[in-house]
Write a protein that binds this ligand. Structure first.
Ligand code: ADP
Ligand code: MG
Length: 237
């Protein structure tokens, strides 16, 4: 089943001489059970692609479909609901709320979506257990290590039944062992039926993906095979 489909997607920032063409005609399909790595130099459009896939931004031209629904046809309310229920994000800066415990951070998207507080807490603890933090749910982010905070952010992205997981350099600040553990978690959830897009500049992280999409100047230049060729990695950031 196709979870994410981008069709002829363009995204231009600004206008006239100052226009920046972040994406220029991207077609991409990600099925359930599939993890796609997105690689490419800085400024090539990787984050723009993820923002469009998650409905945080709209294409200038073209269509974005998530779970069969074209995002442009949804009302603001429907789009907000789809983002909370179906899409999990992991950003490089984690966006954890310092005044909430780890468990409260993870439960928050569910509570915002109307899940009862007890059920939300239960699902949050399940997600924290999934990332190996069952014991630390009552800690505040400032009392957790960087790697633990990253795992809380992953738990928040995976909590409930998210079918589309979007990760923008999720291992950025982590040591390699923690980074691998994060990717293993992501892979496990994908194997359980989610679809994922993973922005990374490390070939050994892309190796967890089923497919690699390589972006250059807003265009997909290669999608062949599970790993890019070494010469394509030159210049990647
Ligand atoms: P990447 O994540 O691959 O580094 P981005 O998607 O962040 O690339 O950016 C692609 C291009 O679009 C860059 O030239 C960037 O400067 C530009 N860009 C991204 N977001 C905006 C914005 N909000 N306003 C203007 N230009 C932007
Ligand atoms: Mg980026």
């Amino acid at each position: 089943m196709t979870v994410l489909r981008l069709h002829g997607v363009h995204r231009t920032h600004g206008a006239g001489a100052a226009a920046v063409h972040a994406l220029r005609g991207v077609d991409l399909t990600v099925d359930a059970g599939e993890l796609v790595a997105v690689m490419g130099p800085s400024g090539s459009g990787k984050s723009s692609l993820l923002n469009l896939a998650g409905g945080l931004d709209r294409p200038t031209r073209g269509e974005v479909h998530v779970e069969g629904r074209q995002l442009d046809t949804l009302t603001r309310r429907q789009l907000a609901q789809l983002r909370r229920r179906s899409v999990g994000y992991v950003f490089q800066d984690l966006n954890l709320l310092a005044s909430l415990t780890a468990a409260e951070n993870v439960a928050l998207p569910l509570e915002l979506d109307g899940t009862g507080i007890r059920q939300a807490r239960r699902l949050a603890m399940a997600a924290l257990t999934e990332v190996g933090l069952a014991e630390l749910g009552t800690r505040f982010p400032d009392d957790l290590s960087g790697g633990q905070q990253q795992r809380v952010a992953i738990a928040r992205a995976l909590v409930g039944e998210r079918r589309l997981v979007l990760a923008d350099e999720p291992t950025g600040a982590l040591d390699s062992q923690t980074g691998e553990a994060i990717l293993r978690l992501l892979r496990t959830r994908i194997d359980a039926g989610a679809a994922g897009l993973l922005v990374t500049h490390e070939a050994r992280h892309a190796a967890w993906a089923d497919r690699v999409v390589f972006l250059r100047d807003g265009v997909v230049v290669d999608t062949s095979g599970p790993l890019p060729q070494p010469e394509q990695l030159l210049g990647a950031t």
